[in-house]
Design a protein around this ligand. Structure first.
Ligand SMILES: Nc1ncnc2c1ncn2[C@@H]1O[C@H](COP(=O)(O)OP(=O)(O)OP(=O)(O)O)[C@@H](O)[C@H]1O
Ligand SMILES: [Mg+2]
Length: 270
């Protein structure tokens, strides 16, 4: 499938209504030194939908996800080619403020990584750096609203001064989501956000993803096919650095176009 077909597939729903697109990647290549990890990937991330990135280990899902907020800039030896836009703006342009970009395109990692600070400070940190609150009262509002949106408020409202690291794994992950939300992002990238969590904590995060959808464009890497089917509306299947297939999740899981996709989702290799 060529790039134009990807664009058509991405911008039209089955009914033919155009999708609202938040991010567009065109012909993206990523290298680690001489080794190419991402090969000519083009994709569009819609505003109101969750996009799942699936594929076998080592196929480049995390690498590609990191291109969307320039996290690969922090990886020594990594080099990104191609064109990636956020609302039409070239995020690799020299004039792009990377700190600002990472607030607009937030990230949640596989292993919950709260700062060794209080629950309150974990959430307040970003808004403070970005000057989003004019007073203590405003900051308290931002923290409360972010924790509410992350589905954590009721569990922590009486212990905001406790350390973030003292929470359970699932709570820590919701705290990390609250931290991302606090700076009012447009996109949230999640790299296997549930892989360190038990099924109950996982169900909570999945529920949360449903609630966040519509407010934020979301891209999530997952190894769990059921999870991809449950939380996403679009699925992108990566294999050996290529984007093999990209389309509606229900369509891809019931009627994949490519044999490699079929083999993967039916568990023939992983
Ligand atoms: N920092 C790095 N330096 C060198 N090579 C890397 C680095 N990070 C990833 N790679 C290589 O790039 C390729 C893609 O890795 P990546 O982590 O993106 O895959 P993935 O699909 O996220 O895998 P997994 O499902 O195991 O998380 C792999 O071959 C990997 O070894
Ligand atoms: Mg990965």
């Amino acid at each position: 499938m060529n790039a134009q077909n990807f664009a058509d597939a991405a911008t039209e729903s089955p009914a033919g209504t155009p999708r609202d697109i938040k991010m567009v990647a065109r012909d993206v290549n990523v290298y680690y030194g001489p080794k190419q990890a991402i090969k000519g990937v083009s994709i569009e991330i819609p505003t109101d939908e969750v996009t799942a990135f699936i594929g076998p280990s080592g196929c480049g899902k995390s690498t590609f996800l990191r291109t969307l907020n320039r996290m690969n800039d922090t990886v020594s030896g990594a080099r990104v080619e191609g064109d990636i836009r956020l609302d039409g703006e070239d995020i690799y342009d020299a004039s792009m403020d990377v700190v600002q970009l990472r607030a607009r395109v937030g990230m949640v990692f596989q292993k919950p990584n709260p700062f060794p600070k209080s629950i309150f400070e974990n959430v307040a940190y970003g808004p403070r750096i970005h000057g989003l609150a004019a007073s203590r009262g405003e900051m308290e509002q931002i923290v409360e609203q972010s924790l509410k949106r992350a589905g954590l408020w009721d569990e922590v409202k009486d212990r905001l001064n406790d350390s973030g690291t003292a929470l359970s794994g699932g709570q820590q992950q919701r705290l990390c989501i609250a931290r991302a939300i606090a700076v009012d992002p447009e996109v949230i990238l999640m790299d296997e956000p549930c892989s360190a969590l038990d099924p109950i904590a996982t169900a909570k995060i999945e529920e949360l993803i449903h609630e966040l959808r519509g407010r934020y464009a979301i891209a999530i890497v997952t190894h769990n096919m059921q999870q991809a089917a449950r939380v996403s509306q679009r699925t992108a299947f990566f294999h050996l650095g290529h984007l093999v297939e990209y389309g509606d999740t229900s369509e891809m899981f019931t009627n994949p176009r490519e044999q490699r996709t079929k083999d993967y989702i039916t568990g023939r290799y992983g």
